[in-house]
Design a protein around this ligand. Sequence first.
Ligand code: PSU
Ligand code: MN
Length: 337
Amino acid sequence: MAWMARSRSSDHGISFNELTPKQYTSLSVNNPLNGQVVLSDEVATALNEAGAIVALETTIVVQGLPAPINLEVARECDQAVRKHGSIPATIGVLDGKVVVGLSAVQLEELACAQTKAAKLSSRDLGLALATSTNGATTVAGTIAVAHRVGIAVMATGGLGGVHRGAAQSFDESADLTALSRTPVLVVASGVKSILDIGATLERLDSLGVPIAGYRTKEFPGFYRASSGFALDWSLEDPTQVARAFLLHRLFSPTGMLVANPVAEHQQLDAQVHDNALESALALSNHLGVTGKDVTPVLLAEFARFSAGKSVQVNRDLVVANAALASKIAQEIAKADQ
Ligand code: PSU
Ligand code: MN
């Protein structure tokens, strides 16, 4: 991953590749991240060796999925990344530090109700650190950290997007603008169907963020394999995805979205989906929820209405995305050596 080593050294004026893992974790010379970011030993080693790493977010664990399934899903994502050859780096803010490579125990602590972890987008990171606030990172928060330490790939369930009624509320996820300025490849099953999918695709177009369907030319519908919206591009295997991303980086500073549909046999039944969606939107209108609470409230109502079926689909799709991200990260590492 020569280009990553280059970007790190130009950021800090030092070549991280010259350091041993132990030196890397306890780096102090001219390193603005020193003390603010803690890398797990295996993530530090993988970064030093230009190995393949996949960043994983924690908002899905803390605010997105119900306990105790949330921690099981986190473990399954971790295992899926390892199984396909990369090192997982689960990211969150704990005890006043950004942790890249949270251990199972740390993740449990972050997800524990008493910890009261906040939902942290990229704009919240400095504020959370300055106030020693624990928090889970969204896609926007996670890619900000990932890029800062030199990780190029992340996996999640669904990217945030433009909310229905955004013309009045202006509610558009910061995930979109974060992707437009952060060169990280995000593997997701499209955006959640609770959003305005057409408007989200238009915004990604305006922001210059490329979208590649993984073996499909239909934009996935999160709980459903297809949203009904067409895509211009489809990529066929992890090697082609890695190549497209590295080539994209030659011309653009943005990230890239790889839209990986849930397997058809795992998707939510269409009728259950449509009814749950209607109920979730009605509830959120009724409660008048705004801001960062909107997505968690909609997902929770989806789960209640579908008697947990939506949670199972969410689990299946995010684990599949972690596996695909792992294969892509390896191809990027290989191509860039
Ligand atoms: N994918 C899931 N469940 C989630 C999310 C993604 O399967 O809960 C989270 C991600 O962290 C994403 C966030 O960044 O939802 C979007 O929140 P908002 O709409 O407030 O930006
Ligand atoms: Mn929002």
